[in-house]
Design a protein around this ligand. Structure first.
Ligand SMILES: C[S@@+](CC[C@H](N)C(=O)[O-])C[C@H]1O[C@@H](n2cnc3c(N)ncnc32)[C@H](O)[C@@H]1O
Length: 405
C-alpha cells in the first residue's frame, strides 16, 4: 500500500539556494539507497537524512539549535536548566568511586558549559567531563563554543569516539533518544506492516509492507504482541513508532557502566499513553525554522525529525540489562526537586539589587518555559537508571512517577 503525505512545504519558509542545493544532494543519496532495493526502511531513511556523514541534518554545517536554528532545547533556554541538573547529580558524584561525567549528544555544548561552571563554583568538578557526540560538525561547534565559554576549565572536557569500557560515571543526555531513528508501523486488519520509503514521480512516498522474513518485522511483531497482552488494542489503520535504537543504546551503555547512574531527559510518555488509541498517527514531528509539521519528506537534510520516547520500553531495556530504575518524573518536578526555584531566586535577587527589571522578567520567563505544563514542564520526562550506586537523587522524589511506567 502506498500513501502520499499532504504538502506541508507550502507553509514553510523557503530555504536559500545553497540550502536547496544541499537538500538536493541529500535527496539523491536517499534515491541511490532506494534504487539498491526498490525501497528504504523508514529507520534507514531517518538515519540518512539526519546522520549521513557530511550530508545529514545533524552531520552537515547548518545551525540547528536556538533562535537561529530550527528548534530550541532546555539548555538553550536557560543556564538554570544545566545548574539544576548539576545540583541533582551531586549525590551520585559523591557516591561513585573516581566519578566522571559523560554527556551523550551534547548539541551546542551549552549544557556542558553550564554544568562544568556550576560544579567548579562549588568545588565539585570531576577531573573529566566526557562528551560522546555522533556528529562531527556538532563536535567541532562544541569545541569552539566551550573554548570561548569556559576557557579556564576547557582542559577537563574530553571528546570520545566510542563508549569507554568499565565506566564509573554519571551519564546524562538531554533530547538524545528522541533524535534516534525509529521504526514506523501500521496496524492492518490482519497483523501489521512496516513503513518503507520509495520514490514515485521524483517524490518520496510511504509504502507499508508486511514481510515476515525480516528480523525488524519479527522484532516489531513481538512488541505489538506484548502491547496487546498489556491490553493495548491498536485499531486497524493505527500508526506509531518504536525506538529500538534507543533500547539498544541503553543496553550498550549498561554493558559499559561498571558503577554509576544514567539520567535521560526527553519528550515522551509511558507506554499506555504512548500507544493510546487516540494517538493514532504516532508522535513523529518535523521541525524547520521553528515550524512544526508531520511530513518527513520535506527538505531532506534541512529539517529535524524526532519521535517521542516510550519510557516504559526504556525502563524495560534497562532492567533487562541489570540496571535499576531509580526515578521517573516530569521535567518540572525534577527541576523543582533539584532546586531550580532557589537558584532562580538567588540570581533574581541580584537583578533586583541592580534594579535590572528586564533581566528579572527574562529569568521568570525562562523558569516558566522549563516548568509550566503547557510549555516543557509536563511533556518532557526524566528517567534515571543506576548500577552499583545507591545514591539517593532527591530530584526524582519531588514527585515519584515510577508507578506510571
Ligand atoms: C536534539 S539534539 C540535542 C542536543 C543537546 N543535548 C540539547 O539538549 O540541546 C540531539 C543530539 O544527539 C546527538 N546524537 C544523536 N544520536 C547520537 C548517538 N547515538 N550518540 C551520540 N550522539 C548522538 C546529535 O548529534 C545531537 O547532538
Amino acid at each position: 500500500m502506498q500513501t502520499e503525505q499532504p504538502d506541508a512545504v507550502n507553509s514553510l519558509p523557503l530555504p536559500d539556494n545553497a540550502a536547496l542545493t544541499h537538500s538536493q544532494r541529500v535527496r539523491q543519496c536517499v534515491l541511490d539507497k532506494i534504487a539498491a532495493n526498490g525501497h528504504l526502511g523508514f529507520t534507514d531513511y531517518m538515519q540518512t537524512v539526519l546522520y549521513e556523514p557530511g550530508l545529514g541534518y545533524y552531520s552537515a554545517g547548518s545551525t540547528k539549535l536556538g533562535a537561529e536554528g530550527d528548534f530550541i532545547t532546555a539548555p538553550e533556554i536557560s543556564s538554570l536548566f544545566s545548574q539544576s541538573i548539576a545540583q541533582a547529580i551531586l549525590p551520585a558524584l559523591d557516591a561513585i568511586d573516581t566519578a566522571t561525567i559523560l554527556e551523550v549528544g551534547a548539541g551546542s555544548g551549552k549544557m556542558a558549559a553550564g554544568i562544568i561552571e556550576y560544579l567548579d563554583s562549588i568545588n565539585k568538578l570531576p577531573e573529566h567531563y566526557y562528551i560522546l557526540e555522533l556528529s562531527a560538525d556538532l563536535r567541532l561547534r562544541q569545541q569552539q563554543y566551550l573554548q570561548q565559554a569556559i576557557p579556564d576549565l576547557y582542559q577537563c572536557v574530553c571528546w570520545l569516539d566510542k563508549l569507554p569500557e568499565n565506566l564509573h560515571a554519571v551519564v546524562i543526555a538531554n533530547e538524545l533518544l528522541d533524535a534516534m531513528p525509529v521504526v514506523r508501523f501500521q496496524k492492518e486488519q490482519q497483523g501489521f506492516s512496516l513503513e518503507y520509503v520509495a520514490s514515485q514521480d521524483n517524490k518520496f512516498v510511504s509504502q507499508f509492507v508486511q514481510d515476515n522474513n525480516n528480523a525488524l518485522y519479527l522484532r516489531t511483531a513481538e512488541r505489538i504482541t506484548q502491547l496487546q497482552e498489556k491490553g493495548l488494542e491498536l485499531p486497524t489503520g493505527y500508526r506509531s513508532e518504536i525506538n529500538f535504537n534507543a533500547e539498544d543504546w541503553i543496553s550498550s551503555m549498561a554493558a559499559q557502566l561498571e558503577q554509576g547512574v544514567i539520567i535521560l531527559i526527553d519528550y515522551g510518555y509511558p507506554q499506555h499513553e504512548y500507544y493510546h488509541a487516540q494517538r493514532n498517527q504516532g508522535t513523529l514531528n518535523c521541525f524547520y525554522r521553528h515550524r512544526q509539521h508531520s511530513d518527513p519528506f520535506v527538505y531532506p537534510g534541512l529539517q529535524d525529525l524526532t519521535a517521542h520516547v516510550d519510557f516504559t520500553a526504556m525502563a524495560d531495556s534497562a532492567i533487562k540489562n541489570d540496571l535499576s530504575v531509580i526515578g521517573y518524573t516530569t521535567q518540572s518536578s525534577f527541576l523543582f526537586g533539584a532546586g531550580v526555584a532557589q537558584l532562580a531566586e538567588e540570581i533574581g535577587s541580584e537583578y533586583i539589587e541592580q534594579n535590572n527589571i528586564a533581566a528579572q522578567m527574562e529569568l521568570t520567563n525562562q523558569v516558566k518555559k522549563l516548568t509550566m505544563p503547557y510549555e516543557m514542564g509536563e511533556i518532557v520526562k526524566v528517567i534515571g537508571f543506576a548500577k552499583n550506586c545507591h545514591a539517593r537523587l532527591d530530584a526524582f522524589y519531588f514527585k515519584d512517577m515510577r508507578d506510571h511506567l
